[in-house]
Ligand binder design. Structure first.
Ligand SMILES: *Cc1c(COP(=O)(O)O)cnc(C)c1O
Length: 194
């Protein structure tokens, strides 16, 4: 996935003409005009989602990577039901147990998934994680490995674990080595963000 936060539409147009088809944004307000301008591309939401923005995201994003709490799941279910849609989501896992980061704690993931599986208009398709910031990508390896083990261990009726979203510009190679099948790469493609 090409992460286009802070990337202007002219540059996204170039990325599209180079053949990129999947884009990620972490802010709803920033994403909406880009989605409108490039509707042929697939757009994913990768940043924290506030419940008051839920109405705007249903039917606009193909996949939401940041389902991290029950209240958000309930709100997505409600809005999706009203709009006659099914919302596809990944559950974000706080694999580094960092208090400032969103995400379900690893040991709470199975119970969380069992509850979300009961929601008729939500479809969980996998997990997402952002490991603790590190200078050396090797420091992320144990976190990626733990994510893959968790991903593979889930066996819950109604939930198909298809997508493991992990790895960014600095560590995507290690993430793929450890089992990621979706990497989210921004600055390596578009340059450092100011
Ligand atoms: C910004 C961002 C990325 C991309 O980060 P880069 O280091 O620029 O590749 C990936 N995932 C999330 C959730 C982000 O917010």
């Amino acid at each position: 996935m090409a992460v286009t936060k802070t990337v202007p539409p002219e540059v996204i147009a170039q990325a599209v003409s180079c053949g990129l088809t999947l884009f990620g944004e972490n802010r709803v307000q920033e994403a909406l005009p880009k989605i409108e301008r490039f509707p042929q591309a697939e757009w994913h939401l990768i940043g924290r989602l506030q419940t008051n923005k839920v109405r705007a995201v249903v039917s606009r994003f193909a996949l939401i990577h940041s389902l991290d709490r029950w209240k958000l799941a309930a709100e997505l279910q409600e809005r999706a039901k009203q709009q006659g849609q099914t919302v596809r989501v990944l559950v974000q896992v706080n694999i580094g147990r960092e208090p400032q980061k969103g995400g379900v704690l690893p040991e709470e993931v199975p119970d969380f998934l069992r509850e979300v599986a009961q929601l008729s208009h939500l479809r969980v398709e996998g997990l997402m994680a952002i490991p603790p910031a590190a200078c050396d990508p090797e420091e992320a390896r144990p976190y990626f490995r733990a994510m893959y083990q968790l991903f593979r261990s889930i066996d819950i009726p109604g939930i198909e674990m298809k997508t493991l979203s992990m790895g960014m510009s600095a560590d995507y190679v290690v993430a793929v080595e450890e089992g990621a099948n979706l990497v989210r790469v921004g600055s390596l493609l578009f340059g450092e963000r100011s």
